[in-house]
Design a binder for this molecule. Structure first.
Ligand code: DUT
Ligand code: MG
Length: 240
């Protein structure tokens, strides 16, 4: 995959506008292969942290390191090649299912696309589409459900085989069967990769190696589910 996936933030601050800080002096360390959960109220800065790690925005100060190297010294395209994104609004484009899974990775064979779709639990629904892998999707994925869109973005991530995964868990309701397929595929996808999960499901949060609790751009607590519950702080009041 190219990177081991150790991630560090050192005194990182950022704001979208001149005034106010959206992310304030954040420090975090996630070892290669670990799962980090970002939790906290709306507007706390969870998505912004991910935006900074993937350089959709540039930090104002501090350091962000991957495997000890400053991400500011890496081309954005090379940086994102090592990252897989499974987001709430998975980004589909107008094109066939196959093209959407391949996502510009022209070297991937048709067999590899199908293999990735199978790993993502997406193959069976794809085979029921009118033209199967050749079915043309519109940008908003007409004719397929929210959950199926997520399965496609998981297939894309399997094919890309990134060292670092970014997951933004759905808050919208997805039918139980698809939800189980998503959970099962994600568990497999996360194996051996550093994962940052903007977590809403209690189950995901509890299983994380490290939970970071954000409030108003700061990390106010961090630890495992057990250690945070013991602390009886903010996390305890949210989830205890
Ligand atoms: N913000 C902006 N401009 C943007 C995005 C966000 O000013 O383009 C502000 C809104 C909020 C703060 O930054 O006050 C943090 O937003 P973020 O989206 O990071 O919060 P979140 O923790 O991801 O919230 P949610 O749980 O609602 O997704
Ligand atoms: Mg967000």
């Amino acid at each position: 995959t190219g990177v081991k996936g150790e991630v560090e933030f050192h005194n990182v601050s950022f704001s979208y506008e001149e005034d106010g800080n959206t992310v304030r002096d954040v420090n975090l360390h996630v070892k290669a292969g670990q799962t980090a959960a970002l939790v906290g109220p709306t507007g706390a800065g969870k998505t912004t942290m991910i935006n900074l790690l993937s350089r959709f925005y540039e930090r104002d100060s501090g350091l962000i390191l991957i495997d000890g190297g400053d991400i500011a010294n890496v081309k954005k395209e090379s940086l994102r090649k090592h990252m897989g994104f499974v987001l709430q609004d998975s980004f589909l484009f107008r094109g066939t299912v196959r093209e959407n899974i391949r996502y510009g990775r022209l070297e991937a064979s048709d067999d590899e696309v199908v293999e990735a779709a199978k790993l993502a639990n997406a193959h069976s629904f794809i085979m029921k589409l009118p033209q199967r892998y050749e079915t043309v999707l519109s940008q908003d994925g007409n004719g397929i459900s929210q959950g199926q869109k997520q399965l496609l973005s998981i297939a894309r991530a399997f094919l890309a085989n990134p060292g670092i995964l970014i997951l933004d868990e759905a808050t919208s309701s997805i039918d139980t069967v698809t939800e189980l397929k998503i959970q099962d595929a994600l568990q497999e996808l996360m194996k051996g990769r550093t994962s940052f999960v903007i977590a809403h499901r209690l189950n995901t949060i509890q299983k994380a190696d490290k939970i970071f609790v954000l409030e108003e751009g700061r990390i106010i607590e961090e630890g495992t589910n057990d250690s945070l519950l013991e602390q009886e702080g903010f996390y305890y009041r949210l989830h205890g």
